[in-house]
Ligand binder design. Structure first.
Ligand code: FAD
Ligand code: SF4
Length: 476
């Protein structure tokens, strides 16, 4: 099938979906291509084992190759990774925008776009009664120690605190990109092609001219369009561009990958706290944010806790039997290292080595978290650092004394960024400050890959704001 459009958008995540909606609402004929399917709230069962194969790329089993290996899950479906994210919303910190101006020549004032995006996806602070006992205890502990903490802002309307945001919101409360922007795009006349994988980006006489895609039943869809917006996500966008011989001139494509490494500690309380009740990510501790260390809530149903509890055998069993009394909370560190994504023998390979400086940051983050847990009444604290024993009776000395190397840390990561970074210098960046590929008019990138550095906070608002800025510039 061949169709004509003004703009073709590849991907429906935090980047692609707002571009599609805003371009369609500005009167452009828009075609949207999404490799995954459409998953409405009525299909969400709240069971991790059922939902992960449906909503996660490769069932959630993507991991980095490096020291240590780090699980790096992505969403796949209408809404992209926002379909399975926690809904936490942070604007890009001013210190990060200042650094982009100094290091990459990017002069970005995103105030209007932040407001537009936050209004669209219903951002507001989590009310204490929905935050869950797990997070409220951490907030109380932080307050007792005089440590800076607060309730997070999230994009949800009518949230009931069912605690399964990462497995698809069963109530439709989470205002993910597929719930908000894609219906808006559709209502404004955009054609949304699901289960359709963009393979070729058509460039004629140096200009973008369209996209060729494969459909699930083996067909080919060709979209003729003078504007092409690639928003396949930080790991897949550089692979798609490279497969088409595009964006490689600076040598930066696929490089400069930051992932915002994360990990979580467990706390054992005397009383049941039922950590799965309430919003899983509802409280933050930003006492060490200036050092690139952020603490944010993380919780989930017992089957997820079983996978992520950092012990084995009898000790794991004992911890799981105490699941109702076990709290958990996360530590995220801004990257000091850069990774790379490329293809070897047709498979995606993500290289990333945790920097020793960041291993020490994890130790510092866990030390603060352990103190907070103990101040909140925890009896014991388990940190996912090999060689550090379970901490008991308020004693954090084993953690203070530890000299932690990267390979000792059990980490995951949720915020890949930077593999087609924006900048004014074509020698050091892949797209310019309008997010247009250097030297290819009409070809744009609008997803996490353009974000030129680790943010220190969750990225969806930054990605949506940059995408909104692009859509407004194109329509203008
Ligand atoms: C478990 C988890 C929790 C998270 N929690 C938060 C949070 O609370 N707050 C926050 O700000 N961020 C969070 N994030 C991160 C955030 O959701 C992502 O950074 C963001 O969604 C990335 O947006 P994107 O547009 O770059 O890519 P994505 O949202 O991943 O979208 C890319 C889309 O492109 C599609 N695609 C890929 N290749 C093709 C192709 N060739 N053709 C057609 N379609 C294609 C994919 O299927 C996908 O749907 C979380 C991430 C995870 C994994
Ligand atoms: S906690 Fe709220 S947003 Fe998350 S899955 Fe439950 S109802 Fe949806």
């Amino acid at each position: 099938m061949q169709i004509e459009a003004d703009a073709c958008v590849i991907g429906t995540g935090a980047g692609g979906a707002p571009v599609a909606a805003l371009l369609a609402e500005a009167g452009l004929r828009v075609a949207v291509l999404e490799e995954g399917g459409l998953h409405g709230p009525e299909t969400m069962t709240a069971r991790p084992r059922e939902m992960m194969p449906r909503l996660y790329r490769d069932g959630g089993q993507i991991a980095t190759v490096g020291d240590p290996p780090i699980v790096l899950p992505l969403g796949r479906g209408v809404g992209g990774t926002t379909l399975i994210n926690s809904g936490t919303c942070f604007r890009t910190p001013q210190r990060v925008l200042d650094r982009w101006r100094a290091d990459h020549g990017l002069d970005l004032d995103l105030e209007e776009e932040f407001a537009l995006v936050e209004e669209a996806i219903g951002v507001h602070e989590v009310p204490p009664e929905l935050a869950g006992r797990n997070a409220n205890l951490v907030k109380e502990g932080a307050e007792r120690l005089g440590v800076s903490a607060g309730y997070l802002k999230r994009n949800a309307r009518g949230c009931v605190g069912s605690g399964v945001c990462a497995f698809g919101c069963p109530t439709g409360a989470k205002q993910h990109a597929g719930q908000v922007w894609i219906p808006r795009a559709h209502a404004a006349g955009a054609a949304i092609h699901t289960n359709t994988t963009a393979r070729r980006i058509l460039v004629e006489r140096g200009r973008a001219r369209g996209v060729e895609a494969g459909t699930a039943d083996g067909g080919t869809l060709r979209v003729r369009a003078g504007i092409v917006v690639v928003a396949a996500g930080t790991l897949l966008t550089p692979l798609l561009l490279r497969a088409n011989g595009l964006g490689a001139e600076s040598g930066q494509l696929g490089r400069n990958l930051t992932i915002h490494p994360a990990s979580a500690a467990r706390a054992l309380y005397d009383e049941p706290i039922d950590p799965w009740a309430g919003v899983p990510q509802s409280v933050y501790v930003d006492e060490l944010a200036g050092e690139g260390i952020m603490l944010e809530g993380i919780a989930g149903p017992p089957d997820q806790a079983a996978m992520s509890t950092p012990r084995s055998g009898a000790e794991h069993r004992e911890l799981m039997l105490a699941a109702r009394r076990t709290g958990s909370f996360g530590v995220m560190v801004s990257d000091s290292a850069y990774g790379r994504v490329h293809r070897i023998a047709r498979r995606m390979v993500v290289r990333y080595d945790l920097h020793p400086v960041d291993a020490e940051r994890f130790r510092r983050g866990f030390e603060l978290l352990a103190r907070i847990f103990f101040a909140a009444g925890a009896r014991a604290v388990v940190v996912p650092i090999d060689g550090v024993p379970t901490l008991r009776d308020g004693d954090v000395t084993p953690l203070q004394r530890a000299r932690v190397r990267p390979r000792q840390i059990g980490a995951m990561a949720f915020h890949p960024l930077g593999t087609a970074r924006a900048g004014t210098d074509p020698a050091t960046s892949v797209v310019d400050e309008r997010l247009q590929l250097h030297g290819v008019p009409g070809l744009y990138v609008a997803d996490g890959s353009v974000v030129p550095s680790s943010l220190g906070v969750n990225p969806q608002i930054t990605i949506m704001a940059l995408a909104a800025r692009l859509a407004r510039a194109i329509s203008a």
